[in-house]
Structure formats: C-alpha cells, structure tokens
Design a protein around this ligand. Structure first.
Ligand code: ADP
Length: 525
C-alpha cells in the first residue's frame, strides 16, 4: 500500500482535527502518501482540488482546534450508487488505495455501502473506460477503517466516541454556571442538551452536575403521570433546602408512547404545577464547538494512529472495521456489527421496548441511570428490611478533584439502603482523634461540583499508639466497614490495619480503597 485518503464527514466533533493529524503523521512516518478529501463525501464525489496531498506541516497547530480543518459536509449524492461510482473514480484517479473515515453512523453507513459495492463499481468504471485494467487490478480491494466522530456517544463498539467528552464538559460548565444563578434566585431551570436518539449527554450531564431530573430517549419516565412525579421530587427538594432545581432534557426525549417531551413542555408543567419561575436554556451548538478536551485529543490521536496501523496490518481486508475504545484499550471492531448494534437500540426505542434499549446501551449506562435516579432524590427511599450497617467514609492522600463527588455518591447510596454513613474528618489523624460524625442525605448536597476534599485529607499513615486509638474509635462508633477514598497513603493505611486485625479485632472489617489521585498511578485502576 502506498497511498491512503482521510476524510471527516457528517456532524463535526471536537477531536476530529487531532485524529486527522495523527492519521497524516503516522501514515507519513510509514512512508505512505496521504490525501485529505475535503468536505467529506462531497469532496470524494467532486474530486479535483478537493483531494489534496497532506504534508507533515499541513496538520501543524491543529491539535487543539475544534471542528475539522478538512471540512465536513452532508452529501446526498453519495447516498446514490451513481454518486459512489463517481467517488470511486476519483479515488482511483488519485491512486488512493485505502480510506480512513471519521464520522458518525451515517458516514460509516456510507463507508459500508462503498466497500460492499466496490467490485461492482470497479467493473463499471472499467467497462466505461474510466479506469484501465491495470488500475482495476491495483485497486481490487478498498480497505476502510472508521473512527467514530460524534458528540452524542451514540454508537455501539466504543465506550466513547470522539467529541462526546468535550460536549459533556461544555454541558457541565453551562449547568454549573446556571446552577449558581438558579440558586441565587431560587429558580428552576430546564436545560436542553443534544441527543436526538441517545441520552448519553443528558444522563452523564445530570450525573456530573447533580441535576434534579433527567429525561432521555432510551428510558422514558416509567409512570403515566410522570409530570406529577417530577414535580413531587422537585417540590420535596425545595422543602429539604435545595435552592435550585435543574431538569436536563435530551432533545430526543419522549414519553412511553413515543410522544415528544420538549423543554418548553417541561417548563410549562413546572410553572403550572409548582407555581415557580422557570427558565429554559437550549445549549445547542456550543456543545459541539470549541477546543477539544484533553481526553478527546488523546482518544483521537491514539485512534488515528491505530487506524493507520490497522490498514497496514490487514491490507487485503475486505471487511471494514472501526477503531473504538474498550475499557481504556484501543481496538478494532467490525463496522457492520457496530452499525447493526447501534440500529438495534433505535429499533428497540421505536418499538417502545425500553428495557431492551437500556440493556443494549450497556451495563454502565443502565447503572448510571439507576444511580442518577437515587442520587437526585430529595430524601432516601423508606427502607423496610435488610441488614443495616454502619460504614465509615474518609480520605487519605493528597486532594483529588472528584473526592467530594465520591463521598456524596457513597453517602447517598448507603443511606438509601438504610445504612448509617459515618464521615471521618482529616484522614487517619481524624480517625485516631475521633473526628467522626454521621453524614445525612443533605449533608452532602452540592458536593458534586466542589473541588478539594470537604472531609479533609492528608498523607498521614497511622503508626505506633495510633492503632490503639483508631481501634477504640472504630469500636465506639461500631464501624462495620470502611471506605477510603484517596491515594497511596490510603492503600498503605488500609494494609496496616488489615495486617493488625489479629491484635485489634476492630480492624477485621471490610475495607475498600477507592483510588483518587491526580497522578493516575494507583494499582487496580
Ligand atoms: P453522521 O455521520 O454524523 O451520522 P449523516 O447521517 O448526515 O452524519 O451522514 C453524513 C453523510 O454520510 C451523508 O451526508 C451521506 O453523504 C453519507 N451517508 C449517510 N447515510 C448513508 C447511506 N445510507 N448510504 C450512503 N451514504 C450515506
């Protein structure tokens, strides 16, 4: 293989430039020629000046830029075989032997169509004299690798699509800003986020901002009078002291009968039933725009490099693949499986089979939904039965953003199951000095977006007589479990306690370390 082409297509997504840069430079590094096909499939159909060779410097200074410097477009002509015939001719005339296509499911469907028809297109081009038999021979195969660029994170086959993380950052920033004004005026806000078919941004946005209610297409409210339920939750929240209420609505939200739920409708309901001042913010294109997050730059860079490697390792592949992220590993998956599974979700939603839609979205999506549902409650569920435990929550190590968020989740999920959650202040020093206090539901309100560690943290690892003091406090407060959210010193301290459990039976309890450090260097995570 000597020459490859790269294009970005469909809706633009932050990180596309980083992907193009990685593709171009990795390819050049392997002595390949790279052509950029400008304006997506439109450029492939038009040919001429829209197909340009790329040099190392052509992709300089673009890593941090939003959008795509090689342009993206929607091209109806490519949806017809005639358009694709023209595109095939242009590829061959430029000696392009393989493609890397960065786009959403529409663009990748186009890629699939092009590849499956390739032998027929070659025959037609040869018959019409557009290409020579030698050209036909040289271009027998058209290997294609796709990268999923889509802010919605709406495709099967990758944990994260390129652009979704940046869009989520935009949403979180916007909702944080709205929350402060909402809290000042005790207002209610309805925030509409992108996601016609996929609730990822709405759901994760709600999880990340501690929003009060979220509406997503995959799992509409499960009761007929969802409006009443939503209003009851928001009312209750005010009664227990919340100053702001935020409802996040995915643009494709609908009820269980498929009737759309618009942000304006939600506003009307809240105004009428709660008699409060409600504002609507439609975030729109700000979610797509701007500089990509570090995560998106790196995902795109690693995926772009992997795409070239994939083309080189499987030159004669006849089945297109997609580069995706699977549990932090970059891997190639079959494009057709990716598309089929993605469409399955949509079919399930259309058939109103919502539990199937949720399970197709994957375990962590469903789990996140359940967690949001619990955490947004104004008060925990009434607990009827089951064992009630007394569990400690504390930090150890340097502060890491997210520590408070983890405390909030642990406390609320614990309390919701009827357990008593005991907050330990100032790490192991505090545990030795009895700085221990029960944490109730509203004690962790507002924790989601706060940096630092509200409970206090330090790198102290207990020693000497402190073990005795700690054992006494664990007994005094009847600890039956301990969650340590922190860094290396938390791991060390946990091990120290565990190793002394013969001497101090109070240490013989389940101890869980939740790794929290800005260094990303803890074992097990
Ligand atoms: P996205 O890739 O972001 O999902 P679109 O759905 O608009 O965006 O698709 C982008 C382009 O991909 C379309 O304008 C068209 O050129 C091409 N495309 C989409 N669907 C098909 C299809 N079924 N067959 C061929 N080409 C398609």
């Amino acid at each position: 293989m000597k020459t490859i082409g790269v294009l970005t297509s469909g809706g633009d997504a932050p990180g596309m430039n980083a992907a193009v840069r990685a593709v171009v430079r990795t390819a050049l590094d392997h002595d390949l020629q790279v052509y950029a096909i400008y304006e997506g499939y439109q450029g492939m159909v038009d040919g001429g000046g829209r197909i340009q060779p790329m040099l190392w410097k052509s992709v300089g200074g673009i890593l941090h830029r939003g959008g795509t410097i090689i342009g993206s477009a929607r091209c109806d002509r490519f949806k017809d075989r005639n358009g694709r015939l023209q595109a095939a001719r242009n590829l061959i005339h430029n000696s392009i032997e393989a493609l890397i296509i960065i786009g959403g499911d529409g663009s990748l469907t186009g890629a699939q169509a092009l590849q499956s028809e390739w032998p027929g297109l070659l025959r037609d081009l040869q018959a019409s004299g557009d290409i020579s038999p030698e050209q036909a021979e040289r271009h027998q195969h058209l290997p294609i690798v796709g990268l999923i660029g889509s802010i919605d994170n709406d495709m099967w086959g990758t944990d994260m699509t390129i652009g979704a993380d940046t869009a989520l950052h935009r949403i979180v920033d916007a909702v944080d800003a709205i929350t402060s004004t909402a809290a000042s005026h005790q207002r209610t806000f309805v925030v509409e986020v992108m996601g016609r078919r996929c609730g990822y941004l709405a759901l994760m946005g709600a999880l990340a901002t501690g929003a009060d209610w979220v509406l997503i297409p995959e799992n509409p409210p499960d009761v007929e009078d969802w409006e009443g339920k939503m209003c009851a939750v928001l009312r209750k929240g005010r009664e227990v002291g919340r100053r702001d209420s935020i409802v996040i609505v995915a643009e494709g939200a609908h009820d269980r009968h498929g009737r759309p739920i618009s942000s304006q409708y939600v506003r009307q309901v809240l105004e009428e039933r709660l008699n409060v001042d409600v504002r609507v913010t439609v975030l729109g294109h700000v979610q797509r725009g701007g500089s990509p997050s570090a995560f998106d730059r790196n995902l795109s860079t690693l995926s772009g490099a992997a795409a070239v490697a994939e083309l080189l390792s499987a030159e004669r592949r006849t089945e297109p693949c997609v580069i995706g992220l699977d549990g932090n590993k970059i891997r190639a998956v079959s494009l057709s499986r990716c598309l089929t599974q993605t469409w399955e979700v949509e079919k399930a939603v259309q058939a109103q089979e919502f539990s199937r839609a949720m399970s197709l979205r994957g375990h962590s999506f469903s789990e996140s939904f359940q967690i949001v549902r619990t955490l947004v409650r104004a008060l925990p569920h009434p607990v009827e039965s089951g064992r009630r435990l007394r569990m400690g929550v504390m930090h150890a190590g340097g502060p890491a953003p997210g520590m408070n968020t983890a405390v909030r989740a642990a406390v609320r999920l614990g309390v919701d199951k009827g357990h008593t959650m005991l907050g330990v202040r100032n790490g192991f020093r505090g545990l030795a000095q009895d700085e221990i206090r029960e944490l109730a539901w509203m004690d962790v309100a507002g924790f989601t977006s706060r940096g630092g560690a509200e409970l206090g943290t330090n790198r102290h690892v207990p020693e000497g007589g402190e073990f005795y003091a700690i054992a006494r406090n664990l007994e005094k407060h009847r600890f039956e479990g301990l969650l340590i959210i922190g860094g290396w010193s938390g791991y060390q301290a946990a091990l120290e306690l565990h190793q002394r459990r013969e001497e101090f039976p109070a240490f013989n309890i389940p101890i869980v370390c939740l790794p929290a450090t800005i260094n990303n260097n803890l074992p097990g995570a």
